[in-house]
Unconditional design. Structure first.
Length: 134
């Protein structure tokens, strides 16, 4: 699973995710990509599940690039913990995605292979996605 080795601050506030993505909106490495159409937090577990679905489908063919990295910590307090007592400990990491962001890129495979691999990966993600090509 993906998570940062070291961060300047251990905990972060939630923040608000609005608008369209301005960075990471064009294909940079491969010929095919999976683009997000929604706004959501994508966890490191979901990214890993989608990556595994793609790799299993392609059977060691082609090259895969992951264009997002979960570096936003999400905290939770234990069950049956009363109100107060400060912010909970870091539970997992997420990437706050916006519409238009490229999530994965593929190269060295046919369009049909890339399309089916990204379709399987999209089932593992909590947002609507779109297949794009160069």
């Amino acid at each position: 699973m993906l998570f940062p080795k070291k961060t300047k601050y251990v905990k972060q506030q939630k923040g608000r995710s609005k608008g369209l993505a301005t960075r990471g909106t064009t294909l940079a490495f491969g010929g095919y990509g999976l683009k997000s159409l929604g706004t959501k937090w994508i966890t490191s577990r979901q990214i890993e599940a989608a990556r595994r679905a793609i790799v299993r489908h392609l059977k060691k063919k082609g090259k895969l690039w992951i264009r997002i990295f979960p570096d936003k910590p999400v905290t939770t307090k234990g069950t049956e913990v009363p109100m107060g007592g400060g912010k909970g400990k870091v539970d997992h990491y997420v990437f706050p995605i916006k519409p238009g962001r490229i999530i994965f890129e593929l190269g060295g495979v046919t369009e049909e292979q890339a399309r089916t691999a990204f379709k399987k990966a999209s089932y593992k993600l909590p947002i609507r996605t779109k297949f794009i090509k160069r």
